[in-house]
Design a protein around this ligand. Structure first.
Ligand code: NIG
Ligand code: FE
Length: 423
């Protein structure tokens, strides 16, 4: 199957060389071609350029993208989209003044989500998650990391992994699974969390590895959850099984989680709402990418990750949704890109870099996703007619998307008849 998109108003994030990350000053640059064409075959980007060079290119399907902007799909590198039920009662408790910690202590929080998930059967869990994923795809996301972490027993964590595997096999989106068994200390282990850590290390990790689904390990490294010693124990065991860290650190407190992540060669360290100069220094000497989650700060009313400090220190930055029932019940990357501009003071170019190529890097897939580059996967957003790409973050809360291409397949979002003028 071959498709030619022509008369594209602006083709964004075009790299002739296979760039896999952008850092610091370079994040201000978003390479674009005005009045462009893009040619794809099956699931692969084959060619692109200015319209004046399009003559003679033939394709089975030709789509006129006059007035529209085309860019790589969003790469959402941090989600917990497999969950059961919701946490609207936590939401209302917070409106009434309770903190995340107080809500968790009164029986809400992660443990409550785990209770519901443990009782939910695999089929139901799969159906709930697939529905969410389809919605994300329609909002422009083409690659998604999905964590476990609402199981908190060996059986329920493995159930989550199997659900993620099924999603990976059945969705057109690129799925990256992460094992987050150390998300909270289960009620049964409250008196001795070491027994839970031992269970993760001696039982769950080997079983998870045998399923060959997850390539990453995550730990919620935070006061009241897993401290530095716990986190190191888990990371060092996971290392033996080739599970690379991708960590929750510095959400509420900064106490060395970033440096620990760097020590264990984490691919990413996520949250960073609390950040000090030691954290920045640790990141400077690493290949670990920091990830900001503005939807979580927005929803909880906690500080935003100091993106300017990170980028101005020459570091890369990715942004992601953190889609989960407790702290970010939205998987809308368009909103995250807007919030990055409005609240993190990132320019539209920085935000789009953070949500595409750098998001892909934070999942370890930026050699194949996150830019318009020959040979990369055809995962694309086609916007509604817009005057400029800056309107994507500017019109916050609006849906800029007309249609998406996912793994080479076209999906019209609304009114499929009207979306494509096929000539
Ligand atoms: O990334 N902070 C830890 N994990 C999630 C929240 C999980 C929950 O509250 O259900 C997060 O914010
Ligand atoms: Fe998270």
């Amino acid at each position: 199957m071959s498709v030619l998109l022509k008369n594209i108003k602006q083709l964004l994030q075009v790299h002739d060389n296979n760039v896999t990350i952008v850092k610091g000053e370079a994040m201000k640059i978003l390479p674009i071609i005005e009045n462009a064409y893009l040619y794809i075959e099956h699931d692969t980007i084959i060619e692109y350029g200015e319209m004046k060079y399009c003559e003679g290119i033939e394709a089975e399907t030709v789509i006129d993208a006059t007035g529209k902007i085309v860019l790589p799909s969003w790469c959402d590198s941090h989600t917990h989209l497999v969950y059961a039920g919701n946490r609207t009662s936590d939401f209302v408790d917070r409106i009434n003044g309770l903190s995340y910690e107080e809500i968790a202590n009164k029986g809400g929080g992660i443990l409550n989500s785990a209770k519901i998930l443990q009782k939910t059967n695999e089929e139901d869990l799969y159906n709930q998650a697939m529905k969410r994923l389809d919605e994300l795809i329609s909002m422009g996301t083409g690659a998604v990391e999905i964590k476990t972490g609402y199981g908190l027993t060996v059986a329920a964590e493995l159930k989550m992994l199997r659900v993620i595997k099924r999603i990976k096999l059945e969705s057109l989106a690129k799925i990256i699974p992460t094992l987050l068994a150390a998300h909270a200390i289960p009620e049964a282990y409250k008196a001795d969390k070491n027994n839970y850590i031992e269970l993760i290390i001696n039982d769950l990790i080997p079983k998870a590895k045998a399923l060959n689904i997850a390539h990453y390990i995550d730990v919620f490294c935070e006061k009241g959850y897993f401290d530095l010693k716990d986190t190191e124990q888990i990371l060092s065991a996971a290392q033996q099984f080739d599970l690379r860290p991708k960590l929750h650190v510095n959400q509420f407190n900064s106490f060395g989680g970033v440096a620990l992540g760097v020590k264990y060669k984490a691919i990413s360290v996520d949250h960073l709402e609390q950040l000090n100069s030691n954290d920045i220094d640790a990141l400077k000497a690493s290949h670990t990418i920091p990830v900001a989650l503005p939807g979580c700060s927005y929803f909880l009313g906690i500080p935003y990750t100091p993106a300017r400090k990170l980028i101005d220190a020459g570091l890369p930055l990715a942004i992601a949704t953190d889609y989960n029932p407790g702290t970010a019940p939205s998987g809308n990357m368009n909103f995250v890109v807007s919030a990055a501009c409005i609240n993190l003071k990132m320019t539209p170019e920085e935000a789009i870099n953070a949500a595409t190529i750098n998001g892909a890097y934070a999942m370890g897939i930026s050699n194949m996703y996150g830019s318009i580059t020959r040979g990369k996967k055809a995962n694309l957003i086609i916007t509604k007619p817009l005057n400029h790409y800056k309107e994507i973050p500017y019109a916050f809360g609006h849906n800029p998307i007309d249609s998406v291409v996912i793994n080479g397949q076209f999906k019209a979002i609304k009114n499929p008849e009207a979306n494509f003028r096929i000539s």
